[in-house]
Design a protein around this ligand. Structure first.
Ligand SMILES: NC(=O)c1ccc[n+]([C@@H]2O[C@H](COP(=O)([O-])OP(=O)(O)OC[C@H]3O[C@@H](n4cnc5c(N)ncnc54)[C@H](OP(=O)(O)O)[C@@H]3O)[C@@H](O)[C@H]2O)c1
Length: 253
């Protein structure tokens, strides 16, 4: 199947490691010109070297998406470097934790505001595209009770609502907006590897809830995100795609 991605221009936040990195690697393999960021300059430079190919543009720069002005300036530089933007995938999250107000402010400023700022700043480019596509990264933590009441869970839920409502608002401009909500994704250096080492009982309890007994891989979830971002998913907008290997138990009517 041709995903219709060759020559498109994608901007991805948080992509030197984990899911974002997997998404960038797949996009480049599909012939997409890509811009991405993370905070650590050496890791951004290494990632650019690792993923670049002669036939696509790869633009990477270090920026902290929590810094609104620096982030918006980076988005503009990224869109200029690519000559526009067809696909936006805001992947950065402030992560979990129950450190009271600190977490609420952090998750609001990072998960929510960086997504909203990105969608607003890039919308003129996405509208010009004719096949604009935004894929927001949610979480199964938003759709079922998970571990403890955390800002991460509630703000991911807010992103799903934002994604749906934005999809209705910009649909007439041929811009699709979807959320992909991964279940646990295991990779070296990722949160679940850390949890396995530090909270073995909790990790085992999560594993028991996954019917086939394994967490997802970066490549598995990246394939779904890239498919939903692509013109091959032209009928899908306003959806929250839960991709969790059966981790959640609700009936999704
Ligand atoms: N892993 C899972 O099981 C899972 C499950 C459900 C949903 N998700 C969601 O999927 C997304 C990616 O998760 P992940 O586990 O792959 O993340 P990760 O391993 O923590 O990767 C995060 C990436 O974002 C960059 N980053 C972090 N904070 C940043 C900031 N303030 N500004 C710019 N870049 C920043 C990191 O590089 P620097 O540290 O150098 O900045 C890194 O490249 C998140 O939205 C997460 O909530 C993950």
């Amino acid at each position: 199947m041709d995903l219709g991605l060759r020559g498109k221009r994608a901007i991805v936040t948080g992509a030197t490691k984990g899911i974002g990195r997997g998404v960038v690697e797949l996009l480049v393999a599909e012939g997409v010109n890509v811009a991405f960021c993370a905070r650590t300059p050496e890791e951004v430079a290494q990632a650019v070297e690792a993923v670049k190919r002669p036939d696509v543009e790869v633009f990477g720069e270090a920026v902290n998406v929590r810094d609104g002005e620096a982030y918006k300036a980076w988005l503009e530089r990224a869109a200029t470097a690519l000559g526009g933007c067809d696909i936006f995938i805001p992947g950065v999250s402030g992560g979990g934790g129950m450190d009271s107000e600190k977490n609420w402010v952090r998750n609001f400023e990072i998960d929510m505001l960086h997504t909203v700022r990105g969608c607003e700043a890039l919308m003129p480019h996405l509208e010009k595209s004719g096949s604009g596509s935004i894929v927001i990264i949610g979480s199964t933590n938003a759709v079922e009770t998970f571990a403890a009441p955390m800002a991460y869970n509630a703000i991911k839920a807010g992103l799903i609502t934002y994604s749906k409502q934005l999809s209705q608002y910009v649909g007439k401009k041929a811009v699709r907006v979807n959320t992909v909500s991964p279940g646990p994704i295991y990779f070296e250096g990722g949160a679940w590897e850390m949890i396995k080492g530090t909270q073995a009982k909790f990790f085992d309890s999560i594993m028991k809830q996954i019917p086939c007994g394994r967490m997802g891989t970066v490549e598995e979830i990246a394939r779904i995100i890239v498919f939903i971002a692509s013109p091959a998913s032209s009928l899908v907008t306003g959806a929250n795609i839960v991709a969790d290997n059966g981790f959640t138990k609700r009936v999704q009517l």
